[in-house]
Design a binder for this molecule. Sequence first.
Ligand code: NAP
Length: 311
Amino acid sequence: MIPFISQLPEAEQTIWIAALNRALPDERVIHVSEVEQVEKKHCQLAIVANPKAELLAEFENLTWLHSIWAGVEKLMISLADSPIEVVRLIDPRLSSTMAEAALAWTLYLHRDMPRYAKQQQNKHWQQHPHILASERRIGILGLGELGQASAKQLRKNGFQVLGWSRTKKHIANVVTYSDNDGLAEMLSKSDILLCLLPLTPATQGLVDKAILANLPQGSAIINFARGGLIDNDALICALNSKHISHAVLDVFDHEPLAPDSVFWQHPDITVLPHISAPTNQASACDIVAKNIMQYRQTGIIPVCVDKTIGY
Ligand code: NAP
C-alpha cells in the first residue's frame, strides 16, 4: 500500500489516486486519511504533492517520497533534518511543455506584444522596427531539465541563446556560463532573461537590484521558476525606471497572487497564474509507476534530490 499525501483539493486527489492505481495495478495507492494506524509503520514510500509535514511524520518508516511535481523546495525545507529521500518528477513531457512556454512568451516579448497592446488601448497606430530572432539574445538562468529543453527550443526558432548553471554545461549552439563572473557576463548580453532555477538557499532572492542592473537597458524578464528567486521591490524599481521594459511572471511568493498585489495593475507586468508547465497527469503517472516498479524489483531508490544543494 502506498499513501497519497497532498494538499490538492479533494476532487483532484481522487482523480490522481485513480490514475496512479491504473498505472500501478500491482499496488494499492490510497488517500492518506484512509491508511489504518497499524498500516502506517509498514509504509516505505509515499506519493506526494506538497504534503503537510505533520502527516508525513505519522509514517515512521518512510524511506522515500515520490513527488508528482518537479519543484520540491517546500518539501526540502520540511525534510531538512530527516533521512527521508525525495524523488522529484522528471518528465520529458513537462520539459517540452516548459520549452513551448519559453518560446511562446519569448515571442510575446520579442514581437513587442505588450507595447502593441498598450498602443491599441490608446488607439495609437505606430510601427516599430522589426528585430530578427537571430539578433535577440535570450539568457537562461538554470540549465537543468527545463532550462536545456527551453534553450534547444529557442535555438530552433533562431534566437541567440546563452545559459548559466552551477556546473558548466556544453550544449550545441548555446553559449554557456557558470560562476559569478559568468553570470555577470551573461546578464550583460541578455535582451530577455528567462528564470528556470530551482528555489534553494543559494538562489533565494538571486535576481536582485545588482543582477537587474547588469541587464542591458530595456531588457525584459520571464520568471517561470519560483517567485522567491526575484527581489520584488528591486524588480518594481527596475520597471518603474524603465531599465527593465517588461516582466512576465508566472510564479509568486504567495499563490494565488493576492488581490492587492501591485503586480496585477502594473502596466509593464504580465501576470500568469502558474501555468507555464503544468504536470501532465498521464505521463507523470507513467513515470511514477516506472520508478516505483523498478524500486520494488531492485530495492534501489531512483535519483533523489541532493539535500546538500536543495535540488
Ligand atoms: P533541474 O533539472 O534541477 O535544473 C536546475 C538547474 O539550475 C541546473 O542547471 C542547476 O545547475 C541550476 N542551478 C541550481 N542552483 C544553482 C545555483 N545556485 N547557481 C547556478 N545554477 C544553479 O530543475 P528543472 O527540472 O529544470 O526545474 C527548475 C525549476 O522550475 C523547478 O525547481 C521548479 O521550481 C520550476 N518549475 C516551474 C513550473 C511552472 O509551471 N512554472 C513547472 C515545473 C517546474 P547544475 O546543472 O550545475 O546542477
